[in-house]
Ligand binder design. Sequence first.
Ligand code: ACM
Length: 523
Amino acid sequence: MIRSLKYYFATLFIGILILSCSEDINIDLKKEDIIPLPRRIQVAQGSFEMTASTPINLLGDETKLRPLAEYFNAQIAKATGFELTARSKSGASNGINLFLEENTDNRFSEDYSIEVVKQNLVISADTEAGLFYGIQTLLQMLPPEIHADGVQDVQWLVGTGTIRDRPSYEYRGAMLDVARHFFDVADVKKVIDYVSAYKLNRLHLHLTDDQGWRIEIKSWPDLTAVGGQTQVGGGEGGFYTQEQYQEIVDYAASRYVTIVPEIDLPGHTNAALAAYPELNCNNQSPDLYTGIEVGFSTLCTDKEIVYEFVDDVIRELAAMTPGEYIHIGGDESHATKKEDYIKFMNRTQEIVQNHGKKSIGWDEIATASMLEGNVVQFWASEENAKKGVLQNAKLILSPAKKTYLDMQYDSTSRIGLHWAAYIEADSAYLWEPDEYVPGIKKENIYGIEGPLWTETVITMDDIEYLMFPRLTAIAEIAWTSKDNREWESYSERLAKHAEVWDVKDINYYQSPKINWDLEEIEQ
Ligand code: ACM
């Protein structure tokens, strides 16, 4: 009896010690280095600890909430060795709470809030997308080891306080060119993980170009059988079957990313012209192309068969596209006469509309007549961007001098091009969407996108080198309000993200513009 009492008191004492220790651990939420920076962070004293016995409480429609709990569990499983138990509850209680408010006035909202006290953490949002972004923020608040592949001996603490957050722009995107060099489904899924971790919600896939046609179109099978055979440099190329493409679309949707498919027309079409001679004015197919010149190919815009082709392609693509938009390219059609270009782009927009979708085009599209609701993607010509606004079109801003992820950082970068600019980490961050083109204001801007063209990009390592850290600059510009953005703060926050990239083995560019030494920063 005495022995067991002693044991009881000893255990109690140790218990109190542990409790008071964790009470003493103060984590400053403001120093959690979240990218993109949330709109408001209020700091409290103390911390919340996630352990193997922390439940995930599902407050709201369980069928909607369970996949989010599963996603969170999958993200933390390897590093923690835990699988948290998810259970339906009617009110917040100890543990991690996912609260789906489903206010019907806010069906498209991506806002979320996180309230953390010692015993519980509540992520609230009107939509599942909002909860997903709250989960991304929580993953960034946890120690970087949370991304490790094996179980870590780490206390999983997050700071207490409140975060209220909402995006600045609706369309927040990146683009991957899978035409110049082909990337398989697994690579594209990785890119979807990268973009969604930074709260981007669109991945634009540049599916066709002179060097390759990468999406199966069943009514025109040689597009891929012939046009998908090669790539820049003469490698073997490749393409997605419709089933594989569906897998990409579904995976993206599970991370609240909409795939925006692009069929680049009427130029950038050598691969299609090589597959089908009837699309050429001279009825002869050119050779497949493996170089990196642009502006030499065009569909024969006078031929009716060309519009039948466009109709078939858009019909099959629209059936695989849950999103609102199909991108119809329209850039650099230097081999198409101006009047032919306008006629073609007008008719193609109608075809897209007939298949229930809206069109996005590179900024040259604004020289044609924009159908209502269609979008101009500004990349080069301010004049075209303004023409788009005069036609009441919304704009996606992808100024090549700031957002082109394939530009070299400086003249020593091992890959990349520099025809638009060298874009160092600071230059990628230091610009304002609503000041970039005189006369174009915030209300004209649908969003921001960083395109990654792949003339010089062959491997996943290459993708990572050009995307990191600049993808995070695009994400912060697209998400965080202008008055909350500051280079000094962002560049300091990046150092902690580099720790995550190290844990995940992401091959980022160690820009000399950034102090990557966390210890130095914290002093
Ligand atoms: C482009 O860079 N040709 C849109």
